[in-house]
Design a protein around this ligand. Sequence first.
Ligand code: G6D
Length: 331
Amino acid sequence: MQMATVTKLDSKAFGTYYEVKNENGEILGLHPFGARAMSLALPVDGTLRDVLVGWKTITDYKENSYYNTTIGPVAGRIAGAQFELDETIYKTEANQKGNTLHGGFVGFDARNWEAQTFTKDNEAGVIFTLNDPDGNHGFPGNLAAKAIYTLTDDNQYSFKFEATTDKKTLFNPTNHGYYNLTGSPSESIDTHNLQINAHFVAKTNDDVTTTGEKVAVAGTKFDFVTGAKIGETLLDDPFLIDEGAQKALTLTAPDGKVALSLMTQAPAVVIYTTGTGEAGTVMKNGVMANHGAVAIEPQGVPGTEIYPQFGSITLTADKPYTMESTFKLIF
Ligand code: G6D
């Protein structure tokens, strides 16, 4: 029997947005600006615990739009704000320290996507679509992108990206979800437990571009293979998911009452922990502490356009793109 439902709503704070509810009382809030998740509320001890750290209004999101948003067409940094395809150099926007971060000044996070709700087979959600014209912000190809956000009656939250192009281009999207499993960013994530099936990380430069090298995590701050508290560790790094791993990672709340377990088709997960830069900002569930949230971003390794040892983020007209990530919500 169909239980998961999706409702189009309207509010002063957010304008038009969507709420997906499943049979267990979970609620996934979604917004067409940036094709983003706004809330992921789980019933814990009789109350709803929203594990996504986000803003109070859509205006806030427009001023700082990376929160819980779809990122694209290329997540992470394109070094030097340019890339080469078939001996042609394409120049993109240098929006951070001479590099292109998250698609440039007006990436997918800052676009209004079309929205179409759906319900089927005990799941419901929203299909967001966006057309990005050839040459837009420096990226070649008329790109048709889809971001499909779903919540199921068996407590799975997923985002699936699909795309086609009429000309060879780069495409490496992600969802930039910021999580705090206590339900409030006022609690630091230090005592969250993180287990990652990644024996290597991609080495980065000071400007967070990748070097092309892999570093073994053993004996380093990146070693979460057997699970560990995040502690005061600051992360902004691509974890290379072990070949054949069923799960990429599991994040568990300090009280053990909530956990997210990620499965993804992506080869890497960028983990970013907020720090002093975000501390003090007034979020929907409280004032952000130092180290108040952890972003979990499944994607191709940033820099793959330079370093083929990381795979390929080239999208061609003859081969549509698809990549799905699913969080099993345990509570
Ligand atoms: C910083 O370097 C980090 C990025 O990885 C992150 O996505 C962004 O803040 C929100 O630029």
